[in-house]
Ligand binder design. Sequence first.
Ligand code: KIV
Ligand code: ZN
Length: 512
Amino acid sequence: MNKVLIFDTTLRDGEQALKSSLSVREKLVIARALSKMKVDIIEAGFPVSSPGDFQSVSTIAESISDATICGLSRAVDKDIEVCAEAVNKAARPRIHTFIATSEIHASSKLRKSNDEILAMAIHAVKHARNLCGDVEFSCEDAGRTDPDLLCRVVEETIKAGAKTINIPDTVGYTVGYQFGDIIKNIFERVPNVDDAVISVHCHNDLGLGTANSVMAVLNGARQVECTVNGLGERAGNASLEEIVMILRTRKDIFNVETNINTKEISNTSRLVSHICGVPIQPNKAIVGANAFSHSSGIHQDGMLKNQSTYEIMTPESVGLDKNTLNLTSRSGRAVIQHRLANLGYEKDTYDMGKFYANFLALADKKGSVYDDDLEALMEIGSDVDESKYSLEYLNVSSGRGIIATSTVRVSDGDIILQEAATGDGPVDATYEAISRATGMVLEVVDYSLSGVTGGRDALGEVKLIVDYNGKRFHGHGSSTDIIEASAQAYINATNKVERNIKVEEVRKSKNK
Ligand code: KIV
Ligand code: ZN
């Protein structure tokens, strides 16, 4: 068996760790994306835990036909019956039932002997099998369970009818070789192990969730439970995108395949982050904003010569357009020359030494340098001015039951431009008022607001990307007042558009 089944539990283990639960509609949107990405099993929730969870599981069961839809239940008759009812309408329903098997959980949480726990596990699996043909059983805290007991529970629950046996490292305690050995031991000692799929479910408390999962695959596990962006209880679960891309990128080691359409990974990751309100750290493997962006001059030079120098997988393989080479003061001449060539400037038409000196001065001042900055440097020179307009006055009224209204005063040298507008919220009203004042309407294609410092008086930073006549420009602004930060960012972008208009005029006059 060279196929590893991907069991996604974003909607169950991932969701249970969110500050507020997702609505049925939000869960359905995520389930559709998971199904498009071709996950094999979607764990849609824990039906007995709340009426909302029941509703979500049954709605997903009814609506998604090309993945197995699974619900979680404790090893308790009532849980199992409610779960069976929730998944009942699925084309491929599954009941997932569990009980803890480790000494600490048995004695402190359940207050039961090993024999009692084994009896409960067998009963739960049999009861579930009477209600559903596909039953998965999990030995909670298997990572800290006595190996003899673990083998006994696995053997007996397979006999009772479980088709999948899941081995969770519930508290993320094991390390790679050790977790691999747990799986190896099960394959060596459980006589009926071939009658079930052995699955793993690793938490990330020591940052080893993904590593432990792939060690299990190396030792025979053929289902991996994971979540998009690694969401989950405490430090989260093993991350779906990491596991899938490890198995694909290191096929030389694992020699297995998954059914996942990896081109859907980036979109699904963004969707989950957006709906769950959990931002992705920029350096997160596979899906972080920097995962395919190169900053060091040496790396950029290598990338221009051969992408494989610094990339072990392509951005296209996870559904991104291309990698990015960030232009900063660390960038070398080769990458600047390459970028200028893309903008239409042949290398023998300018003095690279002089241009590079101007580039470094600008990069030191601004941090990141974008294509429109390069064009301005090329056409206008080092005194590139991006401060035509500045914000002099801002007054906003908004709130519940009030139409957001904004009045702005923007200066253009000695001229003061004043306008007011209403809008769909205070930011929209402000952007409309600024557009009226400057006569420049920009389409905001990306807007992000983040707190730069902590506390109630945190400095808010707004970064946005606008589209003007098919060209993209970046704007940023910061202030303790987030509407003012938003206004500053819009004015900053407007100034860049103005500068670009000037650049185009200079270019045209040079070409005459
Ligand atoms: O972490 C865990 O043990 C679980 C089980 C319910 C599978 O989430
Ligand atoms: Zn878990």
